[in-house]
Design a protein around this ligand. Structure first.
Ligand SMILES: Cc1cc2nc3c(=O)[nH]c(=O)nc-3n(C[C@H](O)[C@H](O)[C@H](O)COP(=O)(O)OP(=O)(O)OC[C@H]3O[C@@H](n4cnc5c(N)ncnc54)[C@H](O)[C@@H]3O)c2cc1C
Length: 416
């Protein structure tokens, strides 16, 4: 299908939020086209096939407790491969295991004995978990806000436990170890991890946007860059224009700021190096955390233990990720991470083969205390509608919800 010269709605961006918005409008019989400058759908959720391995562009997981994921996707068809609840934590001496005794009672003795935090810390985790699970997920956002670090101290966790467990664990979620992110997001994520699983689609994270895009078919045009927008047209890089009754700006925050008067959100970078190995350093699909705090790696996962399809026959795939200042030198990250991980897993690490390193400069928007998670869809000064994770909160959940809410607001405008 050729790019139309006129349509009801033009959506700029085929990441999760643009696709979610398009799907809802399509279901209501609205004529639309989705344009994306990249060579495929997915935005920040892309996967590459490299030498028989599946490499997600930056380590990321889906949380099965995300309400919008269950609303927008067919999880069975994604063939989700789940992480084991809990984590292994490198404390500087050994890997300690913190399990989730509620979901796996056999993890209780090991978790109690793990030399990470005190018995009181572990009891507090259990109580907090139960308290959050008793309330609906949206209540995580209620009440006065503060930083996650302040909240953890207020909850009575010891500094050692915050450093050894919460900084690397939440550091991997927030992409920052200082824990300056809003405590409402801590409560939301902690509840999600307790209520469901962390997982990846068997064939890579990009399967999610691809699945959502499938019913849109030829309505999605990739390799199509939008140069400028107004409330009733977009102009493409080649100078051609598409007239529309409505324009939806569904790009990332930085691109939205370049195309409109939307202020670019402050963002956080991420880095992931992928390694191929003949032997896996551990034999289970569990997250491994830097509780020592030396870096550069903050969190590690043997992806081939989570989903065998991620690695080529007879090999293993290891994802090693860093946050904060560790993202600043992508050329040396994999080498210094390999040196660090030799202490965790032994000399076999020097045989790992580096496949590729991804640095994503604007991986997630920053959400300090007091940020608004569910605000009404924004409009640019020229009248275009805005959607994207930065309008909600940086996540699969936030991007999908923002897309849906913008589509609902637009439908209401169309029908008045
Ligand atoms: C490394 C990393 C780890 C993450 N980890 C997690 C995780 O574990 N769990 C989780 O829930 N979330 C995670 N996220 C966040 C999640 O991936 C994002 O929140 C979500 O994908 C954002 O979707 P979006 O549609 O808002 O924006 P994007 O995915 O950024 O989509 C915007 C689209 O707009 C297009 N575009 C930009 N400018 C133009 C233009 N001028 N013309 C045409 N098209 C344009 C881009 O090509 C892109 O496809 C992670 C993200 C990264 C990068």
């Amino acid at each position: 299908m050729e790019i139309p010269q006129r349509t009801d709605v033009v959506i700029v961006g085929a990441g999760l939020s643009g696709l979610a918005c398009a799907r809802l409008l399509q279901a209501e019989g609205i004529d639309l086209v989705v344009l994306d400058s990249s060579d495929a759908v997915g935005g920040r959720m892309r996967s590459d096939q490299v030498e028989g391995f599946i490499l997600d562009r930056g380590f990321q997981v889906l949380l099965t407790a995300y309400e919008e994921l269950n609303r927008s996707a067919n999880l069975n068809a994604l063939d989700l491969q789940r992480f084991k609840p809990g984590s292994l934590i490198w404390t500087g001496k050994r890997l300690e295991r913190l399990g989730d005794p509620f979901r796996n009672p056999t993890a209780l003795p090991t978790s109690i004995l793990a030399r990470v935090g005190t018995i009181e810390d572990k009891l507090r985790v259990a109580l907090l978990r139960q308290r959050l699970l008793r309330r609906p997920a949206k209540m995580a956002f209620d009440g006065p806000d503060r930083t996650t670090e302040d909240e953890l101290r207020q909850e009575g966790f010891s500094e050692a436990f915050i450093d050894q467990f919460f900084r690397p664990f939440l550091g991997g979620v927030f992409l920052e170890r200082d824990l300056k992110t809003s405590a409402s997001l801590f409560r939301y994520y902690f509840r999600c991890f307790a209520a469901g699983d962390a997982a990846v689609p068997a064939f890579g994270i990009q399967r999610l946007p691809e699945q959502i895009a499938e019913p849109l078919g030829a309505l999605v045009k990739v390799n199509t860059t939008v140069r400028s927008i107004s409330n009733e047209a977009v102009t493409l890089d080649d100078g051609s224009a598409i007239a529309a009754d409505y324009v939806v700006l569904a790009t990332d925050g930085e691109a939205a700021a370049a195309l409109s008067d939307i202020k670019a959100p402050e963002s956080k970078a991420a880095i992931t190096s992928y390694f191929s190995a003949a032997k896996a350093p551990i034999n289970e699909p569990i997250l491994i955390l830097d509780g020592e705090g030396t870096g550069p790696a903050n969190h590690v996962a043997v992806m081939s233990k989570v989903s065998t399809t991620y690695a080529s026959e007879g090999r293993h795939l290891i994802a090693v990720s860093g946050v904060d200042k560790e993202t600043e030198d992508p050329a040396s990250f994999h080498e210094s991470a390999q040196t660090q991980l030799t202490r965790w897993f032994g000399s076999g690490v020097s045989d790992w083969e580096h496949l590729r390193t991804y640095r994503i400069p604007h991986a997630l928007p920053r959400h300090p205390p007091g940020f608004e998670s569910t605000r009404p869809p924004q409009r640019t000064s020229c009248g275009a509608w805005v959607t994207g994770d930065y309008s909600d909160f940086g996540s699969t959940q936030g991007a999908l919800r923002s897309g849906r809410m913008t589509a609902e607001a637009l439908l209401a405008a169309i029908h008045t």
